[in-house]
Design a protein around this ligand. Structure first.
Ligand code: HDD
Length: 718
């Protein structure tokens, strides 16, 4: 046994592990064949007609072809995940950039430049499989590392904290947030009574609610969101020394959000917005990339943080313990088949490898049970590790046997250990040094069903998060609370939420309460409720800039720029700007009133990519409107074109407007000749000497992503 394992390990080490993993999957991949067969391999004579007693007679029971086809079809669905049901995934690799020998003996974290194949699934927490991508929600960020020592799963999210502190409350949370059971509404939304009823009675959720109401819940793209391991884990080195660790994924393209109105509209116009964005980026060769960063600290330091690192409603600000970059995650291959890969992939926080271990975080501890149980229900049996997407790249051998859907054929008469029959002498199995050994933590305390008082502070980090947001981000949070609570029918629930919020920040609570038809926030009333705890910790800092999404980054790579064209367009300045955008890595698309071509002022035929109807402005990051008197007139007469430009303005997107086209903005009183140009809007002429400058200004505006502080947005009717 030991020898077969080391032989297997040697084999696995040979060659490129990422390519080897791909080959492993290819062995299971089927392409379309020219002849259709039954599942038994019998070639079908006809795939259109069932077997009948006479041309117009009834179908016959003996039609094994029809029976097989219908039976298989009837069983095509499996239960969707009870949470994180809607998701999209991709293959790629993790490459170590800094050796971590001093902290961990995990094989894949030793050698700089070493690559480990990965499969990453992004998902929405609450929506069902057919819901829209861009709803306000937590996003799952689950990474499966196929390491030479076994599969390691880091099953995290795009928010570094969670709603509840103990796994005991997970089912209640999910029941409260999912559609209400009597009428099954609303889908993929937290804006309803049961969610806020529960939240208002669980003040430990205060910090997570701040994240959920912030722009973090509306990512522009999976490629532009951070990921977090959430819990504190342990790294254990070869000497058995343990450190606490927090995992961070930081996107190379920066972290960016959608506007709320935009997110809602995209949900209707393109419900697959995020999965399409991921798929298309990989198909184009714009491989999404994240940096892995670690916060490592010893237990002594953890004791002095002023909060409990085992509490999953707390984060460890990087301003307190800096993040050390140590690797890169690159996604470079789309799945072949959504069901076989994205649906059948089975993540489990309990899948760990030597050198990594759990902490006693009570939420994590519950997860260690729940995931294998969930996979049993979802994938229908105990052999889901044999599905191609879940197979490890190292040998798997034990005496677990049989069960549904077993594919491996175990050789020999022995299915127990120890034994003497397997190879003629006594056969015992013990990985020794190379096996996984749990970190030996000293524990001496009574069994107890209670929460530690070190988990009592429910507000300090919610306040820290609030204090760390920019003015615009704060406005967005206020509006989000107002919107969500305005959908809550029971006034007492609205009141309890703002009473709790008064413990986060008095102004926030006051502003949220204003349009809700309830009384002013009453902090004392919240303090009288059952779940409320008095203590308030000291995070050690007043604000943490890393918690804000501003400043927003400096690249425009893969940003989608719409070029709005009408007949008679002048191409001079447009061509220079378009080339500059392409050189900087942006994607440009010509959008017009119809497909085909637009005729320019000089008679050139410009091919059109999309219409205003089929690719609305919400699917773009920026808009360029070339000049030309005739083109401007044509656009002004087209309501869809005017709406397209004004909507982009309203969503605070960068705009570059050339020549007479500025009249589109002026039609609603913006960008008047004597007024200041609104933030993120570049207005210029077709004059050759100014074209390059215009291009540079536009690129700088796109790099800022959105101009949230833009004035006059409210007056735009879009
Ligand atoms: Fe969970 C799936 C992330 C707490 C029980 N969880 C699931 C997925 C993600 C997370 C990303 C989808 C994985 C995939 O793409 O297949 N879960 C989290 C995070 C949590 C968390 C970041 C808090 C820090 N989860 C959590 C708790 C429990 C569960 C406390 C139960 C005690 N989670 C599950 C589950 C799921 C799941 C029921 C549903 C389907 C599945 O596992 O495969 O077992």
């Amino acid at each position: 046994m030991a020898s077969s394992r080391s032989e297997g390990s040697r084999k696995a080490k040979a060659g490129d592990p990422v390519a080897n993993r791909q080959k492993q999957l290819e062995a299971f991949t089927q392409g379309p064949e020219s002849l259709l067969t039954t599942n038994q391999g019998v070639v079908l004579p006809d795939n259109h007609n069932s077997l009948k007693a006479g041309l117009r007679g009834p179908s016959l029971l003996q039609d094994f072809v029809l029976r097989e086809k219908l039976t298989h079809f009837d069983h095509e669905r499996i239960p969707e995940r009870v949470v994180y049901a809607r998701g999209a995934a991709a293959h790629g690799y993790f490459e170590l950039t800094r050796p971590l020998v001093e902290y961990t003996k995990a094989d894949f974290l030793q050698e700089v430049g070493g690559r480990t194949p990965v499969f990453v699934r992004f998902s929405n927490f609450i929506g069902s499989q057919g819901s829209a991508d861009t709803v306000r929600d937590v996003r799952g960020f689950a990474v499966k590392f196929y390491t030479r020592e076994g599969n390691y799963d880091l099953v995290g999210s795009n928010m570094p904290v969670f709603f509840v502190q103990d796994a005991m409350k997970l089912p209640d949370l999910v029941h409260a947030m999912k559609p209400e059971p009597h009428h099954g509404m609303p889908q993929a939304s937290s804006a309803h009574d049961t969610f806020w009823d529960f939240m208002s009675l669980m003040p430990e959720s205060s910090h997570m609610l701040m994240w959920l109401m912030s722009d973090r819940a509306l990512p522009r793209s999976y490629r532009m969101m951070e990921g977090f391991g959430v819990h504190t884990f342990r790294l254990v080195n070869a000497r058995g020394v343990s450190h606490f660790v927090k995992f961070h994924w930081r996107p190379k393209l920066g972290k960016h959000a959608l506007a709320w109105d935009e997110a809602q509209k995209i949900a209707g116009k393109d419900p697959d917005f995020h999965r399409r964005d991921l798929w298309e980026a990989i198909e184009r060769g714009d491989f999404p990339e994240w940096e892995l960063g670690l916060q490592v600290l010893d237990e002594e330091r953890a004791e002095k943080l002023g909060f409990d690192l085992l509490d999953p409603t707390k984060l460890l600000p990087e301003e307190v313990v800096p993040i050390t970059p140590c690797g890169r995650l690159v996604l470079n291959r789309n799945p072949e088949n959504h069901f076989a890969e994205c649906e059948q992939v089975a993540f489990h926080p309990g899948n760990i490898v030597p050198g990594i271990d759990f902490s006693n975080d009570p939420l994590l501890q519950g997860r260690l049970f729940s995931y294998s149980d969930a996979q049993l229900a979802r994938l229908g049996g105990p052999n889901h590790h044999e599905l191609p997407i879940n197979r490890g790249v190292c040998p798997v051998h034990n005496f677990q046997r049989d069960g549904r859907h077993r594919t491996g054929i175990a050789r020999g008469r022995v299915s127990y250990e120890p034994n003497t029959l397997a190879n003629g002498s006594e056969f015992r199995v013990d990985g020794g040094e190379q096996g996984f050994s749990t970190f030996e933590e000293n524990l001496e305390s009574p069994k107890i069903r209670r929460r530690s008082t070190s988990f009592d502070d429910h507000f300090a980090q919610a306040t820290l998060f609030w204090n760390s947001q920019s003015t615009c981000e704060k406005e967005h949070i206020i509006s989000a609370f107002q919107y969500e609570l305005s959908r809550v029918e029971t006034p007492a629930i609205r009141q309890r939420v703002v009473d709790n919020l008064a413990h986060v920040d008095a102004r926030l609570a006051r502003k949220v309460a204003e349009p809700l038809g309830i009384g002013p926030p009453d902090a004392k009333s919240a303090a009288g409720q059952a779940g409320f705890r008095e203590p308030r910790g000291k995070p050690g800092i007043e604000s943490a800039p890393s918690l804000s999404m501003e400043p927003t980054g400096n690249t425009i790579q893969t940003r989608r720029v719409a070029i709005v064209m009408g007949a008679g367009v002048e191409l001079g300045a447009f061509k220079v700007i378009q080339q500059a955008l392409l050189d900087a890595g942006a994607i440009t698309k010509v959008v017009a009133g119809h497909l085909g071509f637009v005729t320019s002022s000089s008679g050139q035929q410009v091919p059109v990519d999309h219409t205003f109807q089929n690719m609305p402005s919400v699917t773009f990051d920026a808009v360029l409107v070339p000049g030309g008197a005739a083109a401007a007139q044509a656009l002004l007469k087209n309501g869809d074109a005017v709406h397209f430009v004004l909507e982009a303005f309203k969503h605070c997107k960068p705009l570059c407007i050339i020549g007479e086209s500025v009249e589109i903005l002026r039609s609603v009183g913006i960008a008047q000749p004597d007024a200041a140009v609104p933030a993120g809007v570049v207005i210029g002429t077709n004059e050759p000497t100014t074209r390059l400058q215009m291009a540079q200004d536009f690129i700088a505006a796109i790099a800022k992503h959105r101009h949230w502080a833009r004035a006059m947005v409210e007056q735009v009717p879009a």
